[in-house]
Design a protein around this ligand. Structure first.
Ligand code: HEM
Length: 401
């Protein structure tokens, strides 16, 4: 370390408000690039400013390869080996681009538009389930979790019978306090599913994305399993948390909810603003330096890990006017809630559309929707990679369902 380097800090994770990023980010952002102490020993860096977040995530001196990453929070779950072929999210180009390109065609704006009837049907079916569960029901269990995972399952071709178990496995792997036996159990469960699902598709490609990939003839069984696993991990857990967290935030900001109801044309902008304001990636995005390099005026050494705090960047006053205000009329949408650069979220258009449909239909169907318990009693997913309410008990007057 040089004389000018700040003292290392631990990754801030404590939030005084469930809708704001951890409080500890604010002073760090004012100082710029911070020294970050990792629980397993090494010292790396923490990016909290918006401009530096974008710069880091597009800087070829930094790698997303799994083998160099270190968890920024205490956890027993640490994957130190290189990612397997097809698990492209934790690789760099050319491997990353090679696999990502096989999938991009399934997640374009046009393809997602074609999925709209499916998304609307599933949303309405889950609203029936929520209504049947009655006032006091958990919105997370009956609506927010199943809507996106059912959409993903249909898209990929995963049988409905497998969905609940897969959801449990993804949940265990996204929970940083899971024990090693719990993680092994989840990995084994996922492996068993993939082992039963992928080989028959290779022999006889079915409907859906996996069948199309097989017909494309560019992937072997191992690659296909890892591609499917990447999609399940990316798509099962993220949108559901954002959906539930958005409902929680809107119910706690009734002026904004009223605005959304009165002006449906605000919907697309509202989705962007909620993504910015709530940024569910609890621990940000991590990269490591492939070589000694200068970044944001500091000397970063080869092998050092940099955490990009996406939530802090999305509240940067240098980038957003009044960043701590939820303003659904805001038309400045340059947020990094989906990351930035080569690894920017593959499923972002699907997520946006699912969120827009789900919020619209939910508040149309239940105009009197409100929390069934005081907001302070809502338990948050403090120990998960993706933040949001663990449960969200909601209620409504019977005539509105
Ligand atoms: C609101 C919902 C979502 C949020 C907030 C979100 C957030 C993110 C973020 C921040 C990244 C970048 C991570 C990094 O740079 O290290 C990412 C990547 C990714 N996301 Fe999402 N995501 C969402 C929904 C989805 C969905 C529905 C899918 C389903 C296909 C998906 C699949 C992926 C994949 C495969 C990657 C890795 C891309 C790559 O490395 O090239 N995500 N997501």
């Amino acid at each position: 370390m040089t004389d000018t380097e700040p003292a290392p800090v631990q990754l801030p994770t404590a939030r005084s408000c469930p809708f704001s990023p951890p409080d500890g980010y604010r002073p760090l952002r004012e100082e710029g690039l911070a020294r970050l102490s990792f629980p397993s020993g090494p010292v790396g860096w923490l990016v909290t400013r918006h401009s530096e977040a974008k710069a880091l995530l597009t800087d070829p001196a930094f790698s997303a390869r799994q083998e160099g990453l270190v968890p920024p929070v205490p956890t027993e779950l640490h994957y130190a080996a290189p990612a397997e072929p097809g698990a492209f999210a934790k690789t760099d180009d050319p491997e990353h681009g090679h696999y990502r390109k096989l999938l991009t065609g399934f997640f374009t704006v046009r393809r997602v538009r074609e999925l709209l009837p499916l998304i609307e049907r599933i949303t309405r079916e889950q609203l029936d389930v929520l209504a049947a569960a009655g006032p006091g029901a958990d919105l997370v269990e009956h609506f927010a979790v199943p809507v996106p995972s059912r959409v993903m399952s249909e898209l990929v071709g995963i049988p409905e019978t497998e969905r609940a178990a897969l959801q449990r496995h993804v949940d265990a792997l996204g929970k940083i306090t899971s024990t090693i036996p719990e993680a092994i159990d989840a990995i084994t469960g996922l492996g068993e599913f993939l082992g039963g699902f992928v080989p028959p598709q290779l022999a006889q490609p079915g409907e859906g994305l996996v069948g199309d990939l097989v017909r494309g003839g560019k992937v072997d069984d191992k690659e296909l399993m890892n591609l499917v696993s990447t999609l399940i991990n990316g798509g099962f857990d993220t949108t559901g948390n954002m959906l539930a967290q958005g409902v929680f935030a809107l119910l706690q900001h009734p002026d904004q909810l009223a605005l959304l109801r009165e002006r449906p044309e605000l919907s697309d902008g509202a989705v962007e603003e909620l993504l910015r304001y709530l940024t569910i990636s609890h621990y940000g995005a991590s990269r490591w330096a492939l070589t000694d390099t200068e970044f944001a005026g500091q000397q970063v050494k080869e092998g050092e890990v940099v955490v990009v705090a996406l939530g802090a960047a999305n509240r940067d006053p240098e980038r957003f006017a009044e960043p701590d205000r939820l303003d659904l009329t805001r038309d400045d949408h340059g947020h990094v809630a989906f990351g930035h650069g080569a690894h920017q979220c593959l499923g972002q258009h699907l997520a946006r559309t699912t969120l827009a449909v789900a919020w619209r239909e939910l508040f149309e169907r239940f105009p009197s929707l409100h929390l069934a318990v005081p907001a302070e009693q809502i338990t948050m997913r403090d120990d998960y990679v993706h933040y949001g309410p663990l449960t969200l008990p909601v209620t409504w007057t019977e005539e509105s369902a």
